[in-house]
Design a protein around this ligand. Structure first.
Ligand code: OGA
Ligand code: NI
Length: 347
């Protein structure tokens, strides 16, 4: 596995500037197949939503366990991250995206590391594109963190991103313990399986979904499950867009103020021997409002072997996955971009 791709195969188009140009018809590259478009599946209304769990309540652990088995997704309140910090961090990133194009281009990313300002996932030439731009940065392990690659403008951005990341990492640590105990494992089992605090990976993708003149024909982010460990998403509470797959339908998540949306990634599905689910999700865009979300990814150390916990391989619950490392696992996604759950099924 040595292929690193140094450059994007085609000129990169900033979706935000496409949107600002006032076009009424989106370029073909963003038009999805009819079956993948927002209106194709029956979607349930707001009567059904992912569980919202207050982490300070006595039954939080039991509710989290149920959500991990049933949904792979939940929202958490009383999570310990300062609400003011959350809001300030998100607004700093919104300001970043409002800067002139030339300023943002200083951080233009390449597929070698994805760090910086980007507008596509997947390096294969000709793939379908999504209606979003993003900024990707590494926080852990410390050796991968390079704050010089983070925006200098707005002036508070670096400091807020670092403080936000520190607090979210702490929340992830708490959640990992809850998940491990819920699975009947030692409470440090999952953290250790990820390489421990010193070696695990943590990175953030700030997603920017510009207004779209034809939101029924495209997606802000195509259907995918998150390849890593666990994702903590802070979404714009005034603009919905995230949808979670539930059987053949898509449920629109209604973000609550000051909460995080947590979802399990493929590595936790593997470690839990499929007791817990990494569920497909996607993002819709709209013509009225842009949307900003902070997706924080908590991942195993790249070269650590990930396999189902032995305690969870039982008569009637056979071993479901062959061992992999996260580095090998994500190569496929880095080539193809978001692609449902096909990767996990191949293990
Ligand atoms: C992601 C993701 C959802 C959103 O970044 O992997 O699923 O609402 N984001 O931005
Ligand atoms: Ni995702």
């Amino acid at each position: 596995m040595t292929t690193t791709v140094q450059a994007w195969p085609e000129p990169v188009v900033r979706v935000q500037h496409l949107s600002d140009s006032g076009i009424r018809v989106i370029p073909d590259r963003y038009v999805k197949k009819p079956a993948d478009r927002p209106g194709a599946a029956a979607s349930e209304g707001s009567a059904c939503d992912i569980p919202v769990i207050d982490m300070s309540s006595g039954d939080a652990a039991a509710l989290i366990d149920e959500a991990c088995r049933e949904w792979g997704f939940f929202q958490v309140a009383s999570h310990g991250v300062c609400p003011d910090l959350m809001a300030r961090c998100r607004e700093a990133w919104r300001e970043f995206f409002q800067l002139p194009l030339a300023e943002k281009q200083r951080y233009a990313n390449s597929p070698a590391t994805y760090e910086g300002y980007g507008s596509r996932l997947g390096v294969e030439k000709g793939i379908s594109l999504d209606w979003s731009d993003y900024f990707f940065l590494h926080f852990l392990p410390i050796g991968l963190r390079d704050e010089n690659k983070w925006p200098t403008l707005p002036v508070s951005c670096r400091e807020l991103a670092a403080e936000y990341s520190r607090e979210v990492v702490e929340l992830c640590g708490k959640l990992m313990k809850i998940l491990a105990r819920n699975l009947g494992l030692r409470e440090d089992y999952l953290l250790e399986a990820f390489g421990g605090e010193e070696e695990l990976g943590a990175c953030m993708r700030v997603n920017y979904y510009p207004k779209c003149p034809q939101p029924d024909r495209t997606l802000g982010l195509s259907s995918h499950s998150d390849p890593g460990g666990m994702t903590v998403l802070y979404s714009d509470e005034n603009v919905s867009g995230l949808q979670v797959r539930r059987g053949d339908t898509w449920i629109t998540v209604m973000p609550q103020p000051n909460t995080f949306i947590v979802n399990l990634g493929d590595q936790l599905q593997i470690l839990s021997n499929a007791n817990y689910k990494s569920v497909e999700h996607r993002v819709l865009v709209n013509s009225a409002k842009e949307r900003v979300s902070l997706a924080f990814f908590y991942n195993p150390k790249g070269d650590k072997v990930i396999k189902p916990a032995e305690e969870l391989v039982l008569p009637g619950q056979p071993l479901r996955y062959s061992p992999t490392t996260y580095n090998d696992y994500r190569l496929y996604i880095r080539m193809k971009g978001p692609c449902g759950k096909s990767q996990l099924e191949s293990l």
